[in-house]
Design a protein around this ligand. Structure first.
Ligand code: PMP
Length: 330
C-alpha cells in the first residue's frame, strides 16, 4: 500500500505518497491515542466525485478529537477542503478516505507534554471492496467472546484508533474459526455491533438496532434509519437487543461506510430468516426483502440517483441531496 504514486495531505502540506513517513517515536504509535474517520466518495453518472456525508464524518472526527482532548489545528471547512483536494490530486472519484488525527514524536510516556497534534488525509481507490456475491448472500458471523467497549472503560462516542485493538481481537478470532465477521456484545451481554459495522435486525415488520451506548454512532446506521423510516415507512426501534433475537430475526444486516449494507445470513451456526437452504448454504437474499430494498436505496442515494426516473425503485430521494458534496474538478 505504501509503495505507489499519489499524494497524502499532512498538516497542510502535500507529500508524495512514498515519502509520507513519520518518526518511529510518534506517540500515537506507542499508545493508540488518536482518532480517525472512514469516508467514501462515489462516482456519479456524470463521472464526478461526490463525498458522502462528509460534513457528518468531519464533525465526528472533530468530536472524537475533542473527547480525547486532542486539539486539532484545522477547522471543519479546512478538513473538508483537504478531503476534497485529496481526491482531485490523486485523480480519484470512487474512493475511501481516512482522515486521521495523531500525536507527534516530541515525547514518550503517558505524561509527555507539548505533543504536536497532527492530521493526515489519505485516499485510495477502494476497488470492489465487497463482491456482488457477498452483498447478495451475506456474512456468517460468530458471537465474540470479546466484549465491546464499555462507557466506563473508554469513550464510545469517539472513533479512537486504540479501540480497534478490541475490534481486531474479535474479528481475527472469528476469521480464524472460519467465519466472516464477529458480533460483539456489550459488557452486560447485549448486542453492541460487529467488528467495524453496526447491526440491525428486522422482525414482524419492525427494524431494530442497538441504542448507541457501546457501539459507534454509525453514519451509515443513521442513513439506513432515515431511509427505512422516511422512504419505506418502516418503524425503527433503537433499544437493547439480545443475541438470540438475531437468531430468530426475519432478516439481519450490518452497516458501515466501506461495507455499506451487508446481510447477516448466519449467527453462531443458526440460519437467520426464512430463506431457502440449510445453514452454511449461501442463497442470495430475495429482491423484495427489506435488506435488498435498503441496499438499492442506499446505492442510489450514494451515486446521486435521486429522481424517480434514475433510481431502481422509483423513489423521490431529492431530500437526501445534501448528503452528497460535489468535488470541484479544477
Ligand atoms: N462501528 C465501528 C466500530 C466502526 O468502525 C464503523 C465504521 N466506521 C461502524 C460501526 C460504522 O460506522 P459508519 O457507518 O459511520 O462507517
Amino acid at each position: 500500500l505504501h509503495q505507489r504514486d499519489g499524494w497524502i495531505w499532512k498538516n497542510g502540506e502535500w507529500l508524495p505518497w512514498r515519502e509520507a513517513t513519520t518518526h518511529l517515536l510518534t506517540h500515537s504509535l506507542h499508545y493508540g491515542m488518536g482518532c480517525f474517520e472512514g469516508v467514501r466518495a462515489y462516482r456519479d453518472d456524470n463521472g464526478n466525485a461526490r463525498l458522502f456525508r462528509v460534513h457528518e464524518h468531519t464533525r465526528r472526527l472533530l468530536d472524537s478529537a475533542h473527547i480525547l482532548d486532542l486539539e486539532v489545528p484545522w477547522s471543519h471547512e479546512e478538513l473538508i477542503e483537504a478531503q476534497s483536494q485529496c481526491l482531485v490530486r490523486n485523480g480519484l472519484t470512487d474512493a475511501y478516505l481516512k482522515p486521521t488525527v495523531f500525536l507527534g514524536p516530541e515525547g514518550l510516556g503517558l505524561r509527555a507534554k507539548a505533543l504536536s497534534c497532527q492530521v493526515m488525509v489519505v485516499a485510495w481507490d477502494l476497488g470492489p471492496y465487497v463482491s456482488a456475491e457477498t452483498a447478495a448472500v451475506g456474512l456468517r458471523a460468530l458471537t465474540s467472546s470479546w466484549a465491546r467497549h464499555h462507557v466506563n472503560i473508554s469513550a464510545c462516542r469517539a472513533k479512537t484508533s486504540g479501540h480497534y485493538v478490541n475490534s481486531m481481537l474479535a474479528l481475527n478470532t472469528a476469521v480464524k474459526a472460519g467465519f466472516d465477521e464477529a458480533v460483539m456484545l456489550d459488557a452486560e451481554g447485549y448486542v453492541a455491533e460487529a467488528s467495524a459495522a453496526n447491526v440491525f435486525l428486522y422482525r414482524d415488520g419492525v427494524l431494530h438496532t442497538p441504542e448507541v451506548t457501546s457501539c459507534l454512532q454509525g453514519i451509515t446506521r443513521d442513513s439506513v434509519i432515515r431511509l427505512a423510516r422516511e422512504v419505506l415507512g418502516v418503524e425503527v426501534q433503537e433499544r437493547r437487543i439480545t443475541r438470540d433475537e438475531l437468531y430468530i430475526a426475519d432478516e439481519a444486516f450490518v452497516t458501515g461506510t466501506a461495507a455499506e449494507i451487508l446481510p447477516l445470513r448466519e449467527l453462531d451456526g443458526r440460519h437467520i430468516g426464512a430463506r431457502a437452504g440449510a445453514p452454511g448454504v449461501a442463497e442470495p437474499i430475495a429482491a423484495d426483502s427489506l435488506t435488498a430494498r435498503l441496499q438499492r436505496l442506499y446505492r442510489d442515494v450514494c451515486r446521486g440517483r435521486l429522481s424517480p426516473a434514475t433510481n431502481g425503485d422509483r423513489h423521490d430521494l431529492a431530500r437526501y441531496a445534501d448528503w452528497l458534496s460535489l468535488v470541484p474538478t479544477d
